[in-house]
Write a protein that binds this ligand. Sequence first.
Ligand code: 5GP
Length: 115
Amino acid sequence: MPEDTLFSKIARGEIPSTEVYSDENFYAFRDINPGAPTHVLVVPRRPIPMITDATEADALLLGRLLLVANKIAEKEGLTKDGFRYVINCGAWGGQTVFHLHVHILGGRPMAWPPG
Ligand code: 5GP
């Protein structure tokens, strides 16, 4: 069933995670393999496999996803020095979990371009 992604199970508490934020539409948790001192994943509870699968009907959800990420970045103390949002898309984009998520990476200067 489409609800049954790894991140859906994490969002439902069926797989343990370190919660950072939770509301009726979104769940955020610390990445198990952090790429920076702060590495949080924000997922919509309703799974969309890839950002390119989003439709007009998802416009509000996508906007809210970034506003939730902003709230977390502020709470994590990242906004003064700056930080990075990443959405990987597909194989060449480095996506490994096909449930749309925003990476929040911070706590050190970020290299550009990313690998
Ligand atoms: P993607 O490569 O799809 O953009 O990002 C998937 C992210 O999920 C990776 O950074 C990976 O470390 C993280 N991840 C994969 N499995 C788990 C898990 O079971 N728990 C947590 N907390 N993070 C995970």
